[in-house]
Design a binder for this molecule. Structure first.
Ligand code: HT7
Ligand code: ZN
Length: 847
C-alpha cells in the first residue's frame, strides 16, 4: 500500500564511490548528465535507481548504450536487469531532461524569481537524475554547471570556472539529499573565519541584489556558530569555503547542504526596520542549526529516514544550547518548553502521535515534525542529564571518532552513551521508539524529618501502540524550607518503574518541593497542589524554570476555572504584582511571567484534564484576566512601561530585546486601560520593527488598528517578508468573530501570492493561530482553510500536508465542531488526484 517499514531495511547492494554531474541549465529543458562509478556488493542483484518526473534521454554502461530489454522504466525509477550488468565495477551514464520552471513543489531543481535552486532532502534528488536516493549511499560529487547566470554554485570547493560554466568538487562523501546547486544573478556579503587549527575559511552570504544591506547579522551569526562549535563540541569546519544562499520560495526554514546551505530568505535578511527581536533570535538559531549539521548530519548522517531524529534531535539540542549561551539561558529554556508544549505535546495528544523514531511511513516529508525535532532534542537533553556534562562530552567525542563518515542509527547513538558511561540504557531507548507524553503523578509525605516523594507514571495508548512500558525518567528535584531557603539543592532522581518513591532525611520541617526543575523530562507533571504553594514557588524557587512554571500553573488554573464562571484567583493576581517590580529579575524573565498562556495552551490543558473545551469561553476568560491584571496593577505597569524604554539606536542583543519584550507586555495590558493611546503613540514613533509590530498587534487586539494597518501596508507593500507580518498579525489577533471573513478578504489581496509558502503560511497560519476565530462555531474557519489546502495540494503537496496539522486537535472540541472539522478532512481526502503527502495526513487525522 505504499508504506515503507523500518523492519524492511536492507543495505544497498552496490557501492557508489564517485558521481560526476553536468547540468546544462534551461528553465523548461535542463539537461542533467550523470556518471556513477558503481560496484556490486553482492552477486546477481538488479540495479535500482530512484527517479521521478525525469525524461530519459540516454543510458549507457561503460560507454555502451543499453537496449530497452536491459532495463525497466517506471514512475518510481529505473531498474537494470542483472544480466545487463558487467561483473565487478562499472560506470553508469545517464542523461535526463527536467523542467525547473514548472516545478511548483519546490523539491528537486526549481526556480525562484529567476534563480535556480535545489531542495533534495528528503527524496528530492530523484527528481534531478536517476540515483540511489537513500542516505546510506554516500559518494564523492563532482559537478559542472553550464548556464549564463553570473553565479553558479554547488557543494564543496570551486575547481574551475569560465564564461557560462563552473565546476565544483566536494571531497567529503555525502548522500544525495545533501546535494545543492544554485544559479542566479546574486550578490555576496563576504567574511572570513579562522578555525581553531588556524585555517582560513571564506564565508559568503548570497542574496538577490537589493537585499545585501540586510545580511550583516547573518554573517556575524555564522561566525559565532563556527566558534561555538569549536568550543562546545571541538568541531572544526572542514572546507575552505562556506556559502549560504537566501531564497524567497522555500518549503521549510533552511537546508544544511554540504558547504552550500540554502535558506528561506526570512531566516537570513534582517535590519532593525524590517525584522523583530524574535526574527533576529531565530536567524541566529537557524544559522547555527544548519551549520551544526555539518558534523551532526553531514559528516555523520542517517542510515535511513526512520533515523531522522538522530540528526535533527541532536542538532536542535545543539542549536538550543548555542542560543542559550549567546543569550539568556533560563529564558531560552522557558521559550523552548513553551514551543515544545504548544507543538509537540499537542501533536502527541492527537491522531498524529508518533515516536521520535517512527517505524513506518508513507511520505517521509510528513515526519519532519515537532516530535522528531523538539522531542528528539529533549531526549538528547535527558541523556545529558543522566550522564552529566562531562559524560556527555565524552559520549559525543566517541560518537564523532567512531562514526565519522558513516550513516548511523539510533542504536549506534545509544551505544556510544553506554560504552562511554558504562550504563545500561536499554530502558531509556523507549523514548525513541514509543509515542506519547508520559503523565507523572506525584504525592508527598513528611514524617519525623523524612520527606517522601512518590511518583507514578502512565502513558496513554497512541495510534498503533496500545502498550506503554515504563520510561526511564530523569526528575530534577530541589527542596525549599518554609522560609524559602533551599534545603536540598537540585538532585536528579531516576525513575524507572511505574511507581517509585524517593526519600530525603534529616529535614527540620516539611519542605516545599520544586519538581522537574529545568523541565528535566518531557512529561506532564500532575500534582495536587494549592495556589499558596505555587505562589510560594513563584516568589522563592531558585530554579528559574520552575519559578516561571509556578506562575504558569497559577495562570492556567485560574484561566481554566474562569472558563466556567470563576473569578480571577487573587493569589495569582497579587503574586504577579510582586514580581512586576522585582528588579532582581531580568526584564526578559519578567516579560515571560507577564504573558498569559495562549488560548491553544488553555484548550490543551482542559483537554488533557478531560474537560470541555469551549474556544469562546477561553477567549473571554483570557481577556477578562488581562483586564483584571491591568486594573489591579495599572500604576506599576505604567511605571515599568516608562522605565523599560531602550535608549539609543536599535541593537538586537538579548538584554535590549528583553527590555522591549517587557515594555510590550506592559503595553498590552495597559492598552485595556488607556484606550490604546500609548500603543498608538508607540506605533507612530517606533524606530524598529519590534516596536512597530508589537504596537500594531495590540491595536488589532483592541480593534483600533484600521489607520495603522493601512499605513503599514502602504509603507511595506514592496517587501513581501514584512507584508507576511501584516497578514499574520491582523489575522491572529483580530476579534475571533471577524477572523474567517478577514481571512477571505486578505486572500483576495493582490499581495497574497499564495504559491509562495511564506505568504500561504502567513494567511492560513494567521487564521489557525486565532484559536477562537479558526474554531468559529459556524465552521467558516475550517471551510476556508480546507478550500485553500485543496487548492495548494496539486502545486505544492509538501506545504499543503504540513499545514493540515491545524486539524489535529479535532477531538478536543464539542460534537458539532468535531463533525465540521472531520467533514472538511473527509472533503479533502475525497479530492481526485490528492497527493500522497496530503492523502497520508488526512487518513491519519481521520484515524
Ligand atoms: N534538514 C532540513 C530539512 C528540510 C526539509 C525537509 C523536507 C522538505 C524540505 C526541507 N527543507 C529542509 C532542515 C533542517 O532541519 O535543518
Ligand atoms: Zn535540521
Amino acid at each position: 500500500d505504499g508504506t515503507t517499514y523500518l523492519s524492511d531495511y536492507r543495505p544497498y547492494p552496490f557501492t557508489l564511490d564517485h558521481v560526476s554531474l553536468t547540468f546544462r541549465l534551461a528553465p523548461k529543458a535542463t539537461r542533467v548528465k550523470a556518471a556513477l562509478s558503481l560496484a556490486p556488493r553482492e552477486e546477481g542483484a538488479p540495479l535500482h535507481l530512484d527517479g521521478e518526473e525525469l525524461k530519459l534521454i540516454s543510458l549507457a554502461i561503460d560507454g555502451q548504450a543499453l537496449k530497452p530489454a536491459d532495463y525497466l522504466l517506471t514512475e518510481a525509477g529505473l531498474t537494470i536487469h542483472p544480466a545487463a550488468l558487467p561483473e565487478g565495477a562499472f560506470t553508469l551514464e545517464t542523461e535526463v531532461e527536467i523542467a525547473p520552471e514548472d516545478n511548483t513543489a519546490l523539491e528537486g531543481l526549481y526556480m525562484s524569481k529567476g534563480m535556480y535552486c535545489t531542495q533534495c532532502e528528503a527524496e528530492g534528488f530523484r527528481k534531478i537524475t536517476f540515483y540511489p536516493d537513500r542516505p546510506d549511499v554516500m559518494a564523492r560529487f563532482h559537478v559542472r554547471i553550464e548556464g549564463d547566470q553570473s553565479v553558479l554554485l554547488s557543494n564543496g570547493n570551486p575547481v574551475g570556472h569560465g564564461p557560462g560554466w563552473a565546476e565544483w568538487d566536494d571531497p567529503w562523501p555525502k548522500p544525495a539529499y545533501l546535494f545543492a546547486l544554485v544559479a542566479g544573478e546574486l550578490v555576496a556579503t563576504h567574511g572570513t573565519f579562522t578555525t581553531m587549527s588556524g585555517k582560513t575559511v571564506d564565508l559568503n552570504i548570497w542574496v538577490r541584489p537589493g537585499d545585501e544591506d540586510r545580511t550583516a547579522f547573518a554573517l556575524g551569526a555564522l561566525a559565532r556558530a563556527m566558534k561555538w562549535d569549536e568550543e562546545a563540541y571541538g568541531r572544526e569546519y572542514d572546507l575552505s569555503l562556506f556559502n549560504l544562499v537566501a531564497v524567497d520560495d522555500f518549503n521549510m526554514g533552511a537546508m544544511e547542504n554540504k558547504g552550500l546551505n540554502i535558506f528561506n530568505s526570512k531566516l537570513v535578511l534582517a535590519s532593525p526596520e524590517t525584522a523583530t527581536d524574535l526574527d533576529y533570535e531565530r536567524i541566529e538559531g537557524v544559522i547555527g542549526h544548519e551549520y551544526f549539521h555539518n558534523w551532526t548530519g553531514d559528516r555523520i548522517t542517517c542510515r535511513d529516514w526512520f533515523q531522522l531524529c538522530l540528526k535533527e534531535g541532536l542538532t536542535v539540542f545543539r542549536d538550543q544550547s548555542f542560543t542559550s549561551d549567546m543569550r539568556l539561558g533560563p529564558v531560552k529554556r522557558i521559550e523552548d518548553v513553551i514551543t515544545l508544549r504548544g507543538r509537540q505535546f499537542r501533536e502527541d495528544a492527537g491522531p498524529l502521535s508518533h515516536p521520535p523514531r517512527p517505524d513506518h511511513y508513507r511520505e517521509i516529508n510528513n515526519f519532519y515534525t515537532a516530535t522528531v525535532y523538539e522531542k528528539g532534542a529533549e531526549v538528547v537533553g535527558m541523556l545529558k542529564t543522566l550522564v552529566g556534562p562531562e559524560g556527555y562530552r565524552k559520549a559525543l567525542d566517541l560518537y564523532f571518532e567512531r562514526h565519522d563518515g558513516q550513516a548511523c542509527t539510533i542504536e549506534d547513538w545509544i551505544k556510544v552513551f553506554e560504552d562511554s558511561s558504562g550504563r545500561d540504557l536499554s530502558q531509556f531507548k523507549h523514548w525513541y521508539t514509543d509515542a506519547g507524553t508520559p503523565r507523572l503523578k506525584v504525592t508527598d509525605n513528611f514524617k519525623d524529618g523524612t520527606y517522601t516523594l512518590e511518583f507514578t507514571q502512565e502513558t496513554r495508548p497512541t495510534p498503533g501502540q496500545p502498550e506503554k512500558p515504563a520510561r526511564h525518567i530523569p526528575i530534577a528535584v530541589g527542596l525549599l524550607s518554609p522560609n524559602g531557603d533551599e534545603v536540598v539543592p537540585t538532585t536528579v532522581l531516576e525513575m524507572t518503574g511505574d511507581r517509585q518513591s524517593f526519600t530525603f532525611t534529616g529535614l527540620g520541617a516539611k519542605p516545599v518541593p520544586s519538581i522537574l526543575r529545568g523541565f528535566s523530562a518531557p512529561v506532564v507533571l500532575e500534582r495536587e497542589t494549592s495556589a499558596e504553594e505555587q505562589a510560594f514557588l513563584l516568589a522563592n524557587d531558585t530554579d528559574p524554570f520552575n519559578r516561571w512554571e509556578a506562575g504558569r500553573n497559577l495562570a492556567r488554573a485560574t484561566l481554566t476555572a474562569m472558563t466556567v464562571g470563576a473569578e480571577p484567583d487573587p493569589a495569582y493576581v497579587e503574586a504577579l504584582g510582586a514580581l512586576i517590580g522585582d528588579e532582581s529579575l531580568s526584564p526578559a524573565f519578567r516579560a515571560l511571567i507577564l504573558r498569559l498562556p495562549g488560548e491553544d495552551e488553555i484548550a490543551q490543558s482542559l483537554f488533557t484534564a478531560g474537560r470541555t473545551v469551549d474556544p469562546d469561553a477561553i477567549h473571554r476568560a483570557r481577556h477578562a484576566l488581562m483586564a483584571t491584571l491591568a486594573e489591579r496593577h495599572e500604576t506599576a505597569l505604567a511605571h515599568l512601561f516608562d522605565a523599560s524604554a531602550v535608549p539609543g539606536p536599535y541593537k538586537p542583543d538579548a538584554a535590549s530585546a528583553g527590555l522591549r519584550s517587557l515594555r510590550l507586555a506592559c503595553l498590552s495590558l495597559l492598552s485595556l486601560r488607556d484606550d490604546a493611546a500609548r500603543a498608538r503613540a508607540l506605533y507612530a514613533s517606533a524606530g524598529n520593527m519590534t516596536e512597530s509590530l508589537g504596537a500594531l498587534g495590540i491595536l488589532v487586539t483592541v480593534g483600533k488598528a484600521e489607520t495603522e494597518l493601512a499605513a503599514f501596508r502602504k509603507r511595506w507593500q514592496g517587501n513581501p517578508l514584512v507584508m507576511d507580518k501584516w497578514f499574520v498579525t491582523q489575522l491572529s489577533l483580530c476579534p475571533p468573530d471577524e477572523a474567517p471573513d478577514l481571512a477571505a478578504r486578505l486572500a483576495a489581496d493582490p499581495l497574497f501570492d499564495w504559491r509562495n509558502p511564506n505568504r500561504f503560511r502567513s494567511v492560513l497560519g494567521g487564521l489557525s493561530a486565532n484559536h477562537a476565530g479558526f474554531h468559529r462555531k459556524d465552521g467558516a474557519g475550517y471551510r476556508f482553510y480546507a478550500d485553500w489546502l485543496i487548492r495548494l495540494d496539486p502545486l505544492n503537496p509538501q506545504t499543503a500536508a504540513r499545514m493540515s496539522t491545524a486539524f489535529e486537535t479535532w477531538a478536543r472540541y464539542d460534537k458539532a465542531r468535531q463533525e465540521k472539522m472531520r467533514a472538511e478532512l473527509a472533503r479533502i481526502a475525497a479530492q481526485p488526484g490528492l497527493s500522497r503527502d496530503l492523502g497520508e495526513m488526512t487518513a491519519r487525522l481521520l484515524g
